[in-house]
Design a protein. Sequence first.
Length: 269
Amino acid sequence: MRSVLFVSALAIVALCHVNDVHAQYARQQQQEPVKPKVQPGWMPTMLVDCPTAGTRQRGSFDITMRVEPNGGLLAATNIGLSNRFMVGISYGAEGIIAEERPTWNPRIEFNVKLNLVDEGFVFPAVTLGFSSQGYGPYTDSTERYHFKSKGFYAVGSKNYPVYEWQLGLHGGVNYSTEQEDKDENIDFFIGLDTRLNKDVGLAVEYDFATNDNRRRTSEGKGRGYLNVAIQWLYTDNLVMELLLKNLNNNRKSASDIWRGLRVVYVEHF
């Protein structure tokens, strides 16, 4: 009889303790509403033509195929040699998807990025880099692409949580090595990227093109270049993008916006 009473008393004490814990948890849930989990999303190393401070992680690589007007095709790959250092090469031609003989770019181009400062709570990530790859047809007389390569550059990137996604803000300065058009000014660029939903992303950039605004020899009219990429994030390592460039009609030889496609696939060794 005593053992029955003892077990009953223990059961009552345990039940009271469980009810008390449940009540405390319910009060905490009411006082501290659950915050939506921020999704990391796609972390780009480029917006459209402008770089971000992002690099490929050690042991990872990407393969990029870019389809451009006039049947142009540009292939590139970048490899993360460490978590801070990335190298890449690219090569392409105009008129590959056409009936005429392709016009190949004059050389293989290179891309190098070194992350100096990691992103912190207040300060952005900072990366130095060099890219010799320009975009569009290559003009032999001025030894430049229609859209100049970035050359040597420094860029900062900072991400901010916006509900369930990240908003990335980017800004940088560059000095192109394509200077046969006698426009040797330092250039500046800004941009952003974000997710619109689980499958669709958006990247926007503005290149001030201060090194492409001479009246006689430059391609630009002095307005800079406004470019947009609409991204379909098919999987975590495959992204397909619609590229829209020159939205503000800055190029002298263009009568409409520049339209192209880009596919980026990321994998690990």
